[in-house]
Design a protein. Structure first.
Length: 127
């Protein structure tokens, strides 16, 4: 192969790697921002539970957040918030994440079910 063809192939590979690197950076930012938003929503839920019951104030906390951003080219994903309470009890809320431009939007997959679950968890004293 001539030098020009080798140089052209090398430049094409560099461009492809740069494109994939940019996509990966955007996807990582999408997942980080989604997790941050879900943790903020979880903190509000834990605060509300604490106002609802003294037992919840003492025991409710965010246990973990699981983020599934899909493929590297995806602008949609899922997140699951786990809130732990007294006696190994837990509350799980699933969220849908979607990005539009630089913004990430997060909302419960089933808002009514999430609302009922939080109320029921609080009514039981987070246990």
């Amino acid at each position: 192969m001539s030098f020009i063809k080798k140089l052209g192939a090398f430049i094409a590979i560099l461009l492809a790697c740069g494109y994939l690197s940019g996509k990966w950076g955007m996807h990582s930012a999408f997942e980080r921002e989604g997790e941050k938003l879900v943790r903020q929503l979880g903190a509000k839920i834990v605060t509300s539970l604490g106002e609802f019951s003294p037992s919840c104030r003492a025991n409710a906390k965010i246990d973990s957040v699981l983020v599934d951003g899909g493929s590297i080219f995806s602008t949609k994903g899922d997140a699951t918030l786990f809130i732990s309470g007294k006696d190994d009890s837990a509350l799980t809320i699933r969220y849908r994440m979607e990005s539009s431009g630089d913004k990430v939007y997060v909302q419960p997959s089933d808002q009514e079910s999430a609302r009922r679950s939080v109320i029921q968890f609080g009514a039981k004293g987070c246990s």
